[in-house]
Each structure stands twice: as C-alpha cells, then as structure tokens.
Ligand binder design. Structure first.
Ligand code: SF4
Length: 282
C-alpha cells in the first residue's frame, strides 16, 4: 500500500502556541497551584488525557476557580466578560488565544461600534464563535451556519460579514454571495477564515481526488477535522474520520493501492506517523 501524507497535517501555529503556553505554565508551577485550561485545550482526547497526568485539567465552569489558580485560555479565545471575571477573581491567566481569532474579536468590536449589523458565519455553540460574539457591542448581529439561514436575514442598512476562522472558503463564498445579492446598501465582506485551515482543506480536496482511500485523523469534537472529513467525503466516498490508531480497520484497505492521510489542526504529528506505520504494515 502506498501512502501520501498531507504536508499540512498536524498542529497549526495557534495550537502549537497554546501547547507551548501550557507546557511553560506546568514547568514553572513551583508553587504547586491548580492548573486549568478553559475547556479542553485542543479537541483531541488523547492529548487532554496526557495533560491530566501532568496536572493540568480542562475546566468548564469558571465559577469553580479560586484566587491563585492558573488558567490557560486556549486558541479559540473567550469573551471580554470572561477575561474581566478572571481578573476580578485574581486568577493567574495565560492567554493563548490565536492571533487570527483575536483579529476577528477586534473587527467584531470595531465594526459593531461603527453601526454595522454583524453577520457571523459559524457554529453558534462553538467556543470561538461565543468568544467573537462577546465582542459585539450590541444586539445587532446574527450567527448563520448555512446559505439557507443567511437567506432569512432581514434587510439592514450596513452589514459586515465575518467568519469563524475554521469555516471552509467555499462555505464563506456561498454565504457572502447570498448576502451581497440580498442587501442593497453597504455590505462589508471580510474573509476571516484562517489561511492555514484553507491550505489544509485545499490539499485534502486534491489528495482525496488522487487516492483510493482517505484517513482523516483528529477528535470527533474538532470542527476543523470534521470539515476536512466532509470535504474529503464529497470527493472520495472511502473517507474515514478516526480519532486514533485504535479505530483503523484492516478491511478498509483490502485491494486498494493508494491511501491518503491528513489530520486537523489539533492532531499531533506523532499520531499521523503512527497511523502511517500501521497502514504500511497492512
Ligand atoms: S486553525 Fe488557524 S485560526 Fe485556528 S488556531 Fe490554528 S492558526 Fe489559529
């Protein structure tokens, strides 16, 4: 079995930064403070378990924090209200929000202050979207997840269109087209999808067209990994989204010649390499 591994598989810069931040906090925790991350640091259960063993735990309820505890803000970011709460509570806060996400926070804040109605493309329940929403200065916004939802937007004078960073370029373009065609006045379209994610998505689409089977590695709760699997599945029906080597099935590869492997931005390179070795052994 020949295998092509995606050049862009593995941690993105935002995730690498968050991991390094947590590693430093753990290393320098001489006082033995409790260490938490705001929710799972990345959407990868295996990595989260390894950090629990090092004494860093994901936390979902910030009300449980005590003064002196340490918390790392993951690459998805949080709302300004959460940051204020942490400051008030005297929690040691280490902000590893990805700079690309911070850029969307700033745009949401500035444009809503200037009177734009913000249309944010994304998943309402995703932490990144919740963090961006917290920066919008008023109730003049809507979050849309699809072309169908964007078609329901009521006419507005000034619209600014922003996106969750991990949305696909295609999804962004389709929704922008729908909105630009519907609104007659001012429409400001700012493509805030992440270029790293875009390169990865384009490469997966190209790879899926070449191989007999695609393996996408990463947490089932990872939005960007799930998007990659969707892109691949649309081109190559034999696409499998797996979380770890344990999910591989020898049967999938029977009588096939060429396999492709990629992974989301929260998938460690070691996982990709391990899976490659196992497939090679089939
Ligand atoms: S996918 Fe892009 S925006 Fe998201 S954390 Fe990685 S580098 Fe940042």
């Amino acid at each position: 079995m020949d295998i092509i591994t995606s050049r862009y598989a593995g941690y993105c810069t935002g995730v690498t930064r968050a991991i390094k931040t947590l590693d430093t906090v753990i290393k320098e925790n001489r006082a033995g403070n409790n260490i938490y991350t705001m929710g799972p640091l990345i959407h990868n259960p295996k990595v989260i378990e390894s950090y629990k063993r090092k004494g860093a735990y994901p936390l979902n309820d910030i009300n449980l924090l005590k003064p002196g505890d340490s918390i790392v803000i993951r690459s998805h970011g949080v709302t300004p209200q959460v940051m204020d709460f942490l400051k008030e509570k005297k929690v040691k806060t280490f902000d590893a929000t990805c700079p690309f996400v911070l850029k969307v926070h700033k745009l949401a804040k500035d444009l809503s202050s200037k009177g734009y109605y913000i249309v944010l493309i994304g998943d309402k329940n995703h932490p990144e979207v919740i963090g961006i929403k917290g920066n919008i200065n008023n109730e003049n916004y809507v979050i849309v997840d699809s072309v169908e939802e964007s078609a329901k937007i009521s006419p507005q004078k000034k619209i600014a269109l922003l996106s969750q960073t991990t949305r696909t370029e295609e999804n962004f373009k389709l929704i922008s087209k729908e909105i630009a065609g519907k609104i007659k006045d001012e429409v400001l379209i700012i493509n805030t999808t992440c270029k790293t994610a875009e390169l990865r998505q384009n490469e997966v689409a190209e790879l899926a067209g070449k191989v007999d089977i695609m393996i996408i590695v990463g947490g089932k709760n990872s939005a960007n990994t799930t998007h990659l699997a969707e892109i691949s599945k649309n081109i190559q029906a034999r696409t499998y989204h797996i979380e770890s080597a344990d999910d591989l099935e020898r049967e999938w590869f029977k009588n096939l010649k060429l396999a492709g492997i990629s992974g989301g931005s929260s998938t460690p390179h070691e996982d990709i390499n391990e899976i490659r070795e196992i497939i090679e052994s089939f």
